[in-house]
Ligand binder design. Structure first.
Ligand code: ATP
Length: 586
């Protein structure tokens, strides 16, 4: 995506609502730094007292003896140190609190946006990279707000307040010792331009690495069964090395910054030392003022050398900010419609639709299928003929390329996606179960579901018996993706979940994997119960599952080639008949 604005502007715009906190934290940072700079002034005053006694600067405030003046300075020192500590506490609480709030907002807003993106977005992106943005990049920004922002503000405060003090004491020394500052700022600007690209590459490489790690851990069983451990270790090594190289390249440049800055600042320090000493010798500068200038040059020097590190943190954070905002601002590919009321009819009409995942490669062509409210239709056909695609279009995971799907009198595009999907109970092919108990998976998406309802749904799905035979019954943990259960068990829990959702439309997309006769009979019984009063679309490979459908459609290469009831299709003697014969031997 084209970046129209700088990452910092994007971040500040995002943090608009927290502007008050940013200002307050900034004020605390400035006050803390001002009180931190004060001690050299106090040392200068002490030197002045010791050298000039009754004629010192402090004597002017009514403190006559030297010891009285020292006690007064000591009292002031206590106040300054206490205030410095107090503002340090406040600034840390404010900046760190802000960092926590912003990282939390960013993660949630990014996640919420990602959830709204259409399915095809996820098919083209790697999950690992998305996780890396929502975790690593958000954490990188958190680190900057935690400490980096305060450092930048304090460096600026240091330069400005020390500048004022220098000009007060000697405009000539001020001008000389501040000569390096524009050079530092100019250098930083060039440095930033060069390092920005390198940090972007570091973040992109981290995303890629995360993506491979994520994929490999998800596919660990396949890696083992194909003895691909060595191959995968090599792939991880290559990506990990590439990440390290990207980091090395950024480190080489960023490490150069501090030493170069220090050399430039050295000039300023030497100027103050030599020109100041000359002025003291000629009587144009007091010893006390000279000590203040020498100490303050140190105060100016050190923060500027750490500017490199802060800048580093800033640049990394800005590279991350770009990745986060690019993701957060990804336009939605599917536009939402307005909500429809719950009473609307659930008849479905695939009105002469065509669809292509990729332009020019139609997967569905001119499909016209009507499902009346409360009726069951079935779609059969060879693998890859477009059956699942049809129901994915009904769920509005994608939009049709041509024609329209209508639900009652509304086109799908007019209905809010949430409203549409609430009306559909969908059992897909992959039966994704979440890490949690059987009970939680059945009641997924339903708040405050009660036990009886869950058991009832499991019984309708013919799952109750096997669930009770599990070690902890309904409390058994299913593992990530439900991997502790068998394929047939996962399917029945998915059916129970769909029953529990109790939507007026039911879609069952049967997986190709074969199940034993007993499971098949159980699934068949449960489907008969569920589809009784619902508008149903069944996709099946086992024709015995769908023989009682009101209408059966045979799909071949994205086109409906035959339709009718089971008996009508047998009588036609076409594709359906031959499939039936193969499966039943009749
Ligand atoms: N996300 C996708 N991106 C690109 N092409 C896809 C995508 N999903 C499916 N296809 C292609 O669309 C065609 C139809 O796939 P679909 O899953 O609808 O077939 P199906 O009839 O349900 O097959 P099966 O019986 O094996 O489940 C296939 O050629 C497939 O390769």
């Amino acid at each position: 995506m084209k970046e129209e604005t700088t990452p910092l502007k994007r971040l500040l715009k995002y943090m608009k609502a927290r502007r008050g906190t940013v200002w307050l934290a900034t004020i605390y940072s400035i006050l803390n730094k001002i009180f931190d700079i004060a001690p050299p002034l106090l040392i200068g005053m002490t030197v002045d007292v010791v050298v000039k006694k009754e004629d010192s600067f402090v004597a002017g405030f009514g403190f006559h003896t030297m010891m009285e003046q020292i006690y007064a300075i000591a009292g002031l020192t206590i106040v300054v140190w206490v205030l410095e500590s107090f503002f340090e506490y406040l600034l840390k609480v404010k900046w760190r609190g802000l960092a926590q709030n912003v990282q939390n907002d960013l993660r949630l807003d990014t996640y919420n946006h990602v959830q709204k993106l259409e399915l095809s977005y996820f098919e083209n992106k790697s999950t690992g990279n998305l996780i890396s943005i929502m975790n690593d990049d958000v954490n990188q920004l958190e680190r900057f707000l935690d400490d980096g922002a305060n450092s930048l503000i304090q460096v600026a405060t240091t330069v400005i307040s020390i500048g004022i003090i220098f000009f007060y004491f000697s405009p000539l020394i001020a001008a000389l010792s501040f000569l390096p500052v524009p050079m530092v700022l100019f250098g930083s600007y060039f440095f930033q331009k060069r390092i920005e690209k390198r940090y972007r590459s570091v973040r992109d490489n981290a995303g890629l690495l995360n993506s491979i790690l994520n994929n490999n851990l998800a596919g660990i069983a396949t890696i083992k069964s194909y003895c691909a451990e060595v191959f995968e270790a090599k792939r991880i090594k290559e990506q990990s090395t590439s990440y390290a190289m990207a980091n090395f390249s950024a480190i080489k440049l960023s490490s150069l910054f501090s030493p170069l800055i220090r050399m430039v600042i050295l000039c300023g320090f030497l100027m103050t030392m030599i020109v100041g000493a000359n002025k003291v010798q000629s009587g144009a500068l007091e010893i006390g003022s000279y000590s203040v200038l020498i100490f303050l040059t140190q105060r100016l020097l050190w923060p500027l050398t750490s500017l490199g590190q802060t800048y580093d943190l800033f640049q990394r954070a800005m590279a991350s900010a770009n990745r986060i905002f690019d993701l957060m601002e990804t336009p939605l590919g599917i536009k939402d419609g307005d909500a429809i009321s719950d009473e609307e009819v659930e008849s479905i009409h695939f009105n002469n639709i065509s669809f292509a995942y990729e332009e020019g490669f139609n997967v569905l062509n001119g499909i016209d299928i009507k499902v009346d409210s409360g009726k069951t239709i079935a779609i059969v056909g060879s693998t890859g003929s477009g059956k699942s695609t049809l129901v994915k279009l009904l769920l509005r995971f994608y939009d049709c390329t041509k024609g329209a799907i209508e639900l009652g009198s509304h086109r799908l595009t007019e209905i809010s996606q949430q409203d549409l999907r609430k009306k559909i109970s969908y059992v897909g092919q992959d039966n994704y179960l979440f890490h949690g108990t059987v009970e939680e998976n059945i009641a997924y998406g339903i708040e405050n579901a009660n036990r009886e309802e869950i058991i009832k749904a499991a019984k309708t799905a013919e799952a109750h018996e096997f669930i009770m035979s599990l070690p902890n019954g309904y409390q058994t943990l299913v593992g990530e993706r439900g991997q502790k259960l068998s394929g047939g068990q996962r399917q029945r829990i998915s059916i129970a979940r769909a029953v529990m959702k109790n939507s007026p439309i039911f879609i069952f997309d049967e997986a190709t994997s074969a199940v034993d006769n007993e499971t098949e009979a159980a699934i068949q019984r449960s489907l008969n119960k569920i589809t009784n009063e619902k508008t149903t679309i069944m996709i099946a490979h086992r024709l015995s599952t769908i023989r009682h459908a009101h209408q059966i459609y045979v799909l071949e290469k994205g086109v409906v080639t035959e339709n009718g009831t089971h008996e009508e299709l047998l009588a036609k003697g076409g594709m359906y008949k031959s499939l039936w014969s193969v499966q039943t031997g009749e």
